[in-house]
Design a protein around this ligand. Structure first.
Ligand SMILES: Cc1cc2nc3c(=O)[nH]c(=O)nc-3n(C[C@H](O)[C@H](O)[C@H](O)COP(=O)(O)O)c2cc1C
Length: 182
């Protein structure tokens, strides 16, 4: 991408999505406010599948009032992102989607999320090994908002292929939503 200037919006999670983890209208306004002609905006971390989605039930503001991090594995999420992308493009800026699988930062309680409960979607936490996040200081625990992390399950060989496929699916959805890519 050829940019007009070097001020890039860094990815920053804002927890403003609907219960379906789709961007709310507020997000189109938020990102377009930060867009400028020939600039680059990078979205907040956007999850490729429920298994890679962190902290649903941990943070009380999210649990009690909604306000979630986005995902981009469903059509609803993808179409909602289209509005964000269009708003940024209207200001003449580029926008890229930061796609993420949060690995062992995920928590067991994602299984109770209304979007995945009762479905056969894979749920976390998974990692390269079954070693949980070590907590050696208060700062280490920041990823889980002061809750001990759930021990992850080690992915087996076939599942690694499945996670790569989930990344490809999320990237394809991002392109459908109109995100820019080099
Ligand atoms: C509220 C907040 C949310 C953040 N969320 C993300 C995120 O979703 N993905 C990411 O890669 N970095 C995230 N970061 C890190 C920022 O992108 C950035 O790297 C960090 O603030 C350091 O920026 P600096 O080196 O310009 O000071 C977040 C930072 C803040 C303050």
């Amino acid at each position: 991408m050829k940019l007009n200037h070097r001020i890039v919006l860094a990815p920053m999670s804002r927890y403003r999505c609907t219960r379906q983890t789709a961007p709310d209208v507020m997000m189109a306004e938020y990102y377009s406010q930060r867009a400028s002609e020939g600039g680059l905006v990078i979205t907040e971390a956007t999850h490729i599948n429920p298994e890679g989605t962190p902290i649903w039930n941990i943070y009380p503001a999210i649990r009690d009032h909604g306000g979630e991090a986005p995902g981009i594995w469903t059509d609803e999420q993808t179409m909602a992102f289209r509005k964000v992308v269009d708003a940024v493009h209207t200001k003449g800026a580029y926008i890229s989607c930061q796609i993420q699988h949060c690995g062992r930062v995920a928590q067991d309680d994602i299984k109770d999320h209304p979007l995945v409960k009762g479905s056969d979607l894979p749920i976390g936490p998974v990692s390269a090994s079954s070693i949980p996040i070590p907590v050696t200081s208060e700062e280490d625990n920041q990823y889980n908002w002061d809750q001990p992390s759930s021990p992850p399950r080690a992915l087996d060989f076939d599942e690694i292929t499945r996670v790569c496929g989930d990344y490809a699916h999320a990237a394809t959805n991002a392109m459908k939503a109109g995100f820019d890519h080099p």
